[in-house]
Design a binder for this molecule. Structure first.
Ligand code: ATP
Length: 334
C-alpha cells in the first residue's frame, strides 16, 4: 500500500535561489507531499563546465537555503556521492530500491519540460515516477497535446488542462506558481557586476557567497586579457579552426574588451573546438568560462570569459550573421 508521497527536485543549484524554494514549497502544499528531496547534481548532464563553486560549496548553499523548512525539505547527497555525470534516471532507480512503498513525484520547471525528451531514459523515467511541471518565466506550459515535447506525444493518453495521463500508468501534473523571475545565471551575473541579489537569495546563502568569495571575477586569475585572447587564437589555429579573427574593442560600447570569432566545419566540429578550448584554457589559466551557450547544437557557441567573449560558428551560420561587422571600429589583432 502506498502511504507516502515523495517529491524529488534536482538541479545544479549554482546557487540555490528563491525560484527553487518557491517551487518546492508550493508544490509540496498543492500536491500534499510528505517530503521533498532536493538533490544537487554533480554535473548537469547538458552543460559544459563553467567557472564557479565546488560541488561541496553548492551543497552547503542548498543546506543553508532550505534550513527554515526541515519539516518538508530534505537535502540528499545521492548524486554528489555517485561518480560521473548525474542522471535523474539513476537517482530514481536508487530511490525506488530504497523506498518501495512510496510514490515518487519528480518536480521540474517548464524550461526543463520543454527539452524533457532529451533527458537520458525519459520514457523509462515516466514509467517509474509521476512528473510535476511548474511554470517558469520565459517558458510555456503546453495548451494541447501537440505542444508537448515531441518525444512525449505518443505516450500521452489524455490531456486535460493541468493533468496528463500517460500510457505508462503515470501522470504529469502542471502547476502554476506565483512566479519568481530569476535564474542562477542571472544571480551569477549580478554578483560579478556588483549588483544587489538580496531579493533573490535566502539571506544566509548570500552571506555564504560573500564570506567565501564565490562568483568572483575571472579577471582575478587572468590579469592580462590580451594575452588570453592570443592564447585562444593560437589554440584555435592549431586545431585547424577556420578564419580565426580577434579584435581589441577597448573603449567601445561592447560587452567585452576582447572578442574572437572562428569557425568549425560542422556543428560537431564547432562543439568539439569549444570543448577543447575550454579544457586548454582551464589547464593554462585555471579558469572555466562564466557561461557557455549553444554547445548542444554547435551552430553558434559562445564562451563568456568576462572581458573576452569567444564566438565559435558552424561556418555557414557565421556568414549569415556577419558578426564581425559589429566590431569594425575595434582593432584587429593578428
Ligand atoms: P541556471 O541559470 O544555472 O541554468 P537555474 O536557475 O535554471 O540555473 P537549476 O539548478 O538548473 O537552476 O534548476 C533546477 C530546477 O529548478 C529546474 O527544474 C528548473 O526548471 C527549476 N527552476 C529554476 N529556477 C526556477 C524559477 N525561477 N521558477 C521555477 N522553477 C525554477
Amino acid at each position: 500500500m502506498t502511504n507516502k508521497k515523495i517529491g524529488v527536485f534536482g538541479g545544479s543549484f549554482n546557487p540555490i535561489h528563491q525560484g527553487h524554494i518557491n517551487s518546492m514549497l508550493t508544490v509540496a502544499d498543492i500536491m500534499n507531499l510528505t517530503t521533498i528531496k532536493v538533490v544537487p547534481a554533480l554535473q548537469a548532464p547538458l552543460k559544459l563546465p563553467t567557472e564557479g563553486p565546488t560541488p561541496e560549496q553548492r551543497l552547503e548553499m542548498v543546506k543553508l537555503g532550505v534550513r527554515e523548512y526541515p519539516e518538508i525539505i530534505e537535502v540528499d547527497e545521492i548524486e554528489l556521492k555517485r561518480d560521473g555525470t548525474s542522471y535523474t534516471l539513476d537517482t530514481i532507480d536508487q530511490y525506488q530500491a530504497l523506498h518501495q512503498d512510496e510514490e515518487i513525484y519528480l518536480i521540474i520547471g517548464a524550461d526543463q519540460f520543454e527539452k524533457f525528451d532529451q533527458w537520458k531514459g525519459y520514457k523509462d523515467i515516466l514509467s517509474k515516477v509521476h512528473l510535476i511541471v511548474t511554470t517558469r518565466p520565459g517558458a510555456q506550459l503546453p495548451k494541447n497535446k501537440e505542444e508537448f515535447p515531441e518525444g512525449l506525444q505518443d505516450i500521452v493518453e489524455i490531456f486535460d488542462y493541468d493533468q496528463a495521463t500517460l500510457t505508462t500508468g503515470k501522470s504529469i501534473t502542471f502547476i502554476k506558481l506565483k512566479d519568481v523571475n530569476v535564474s542562477a545565471t542571472d544571480i551569477r551575473k549580478r554578483l560579478r557586476t556588483g549588483r544587489s541579489v538580496a531579493q533573490y537569495l535566502p539571506l544566509e546563502v548570500e552571506k555564504y557567497i560573500r564570506d567565501n568569495g564565490l562568483f568572483n571575477t575571472i579577471g582575478d586569475k587572468v590579469k592580462d586579457y590580451k594575452e588570453l585572447t592570443m592564447y585562444c587564437v593560437d589554440f584555435l589555429k592549431n586545431k585547424s579552426a577556420i578564419q580565426v579573427e580577434a579584435f581589441d574593442l577597448t573603449g567601445l560600447d561592447q560587452p567585452s574588451e576582447f572578442t574572437i570569432a572562428a569557425s568549425g566545419t560542422s556543428g560537431r566540429n564547432t562543439a568539439s573546438l569549444a570543448e577543447n578550448l575550454i579544457r586548454s584554457v582551464k589547464d593554462e589559466y585555471g579558469v572555466f568560462p562564466y557561461t557557455v551557450d549553444g554547445e548542444k547544437e554547435g551552430k553558434w557557441v559562445v564562451l563568456d570569459y568576462g572581458n573576452l567573449i569567444v564566438h565559435l560558428f558552424y561556418d555557414y551560420v557565421r556568414m549569415e550573421y556577419k558578426i564581425e561587422d559589429l566590431w569594425r571600429e575595434g582593432t584587429r589583432l593578428s
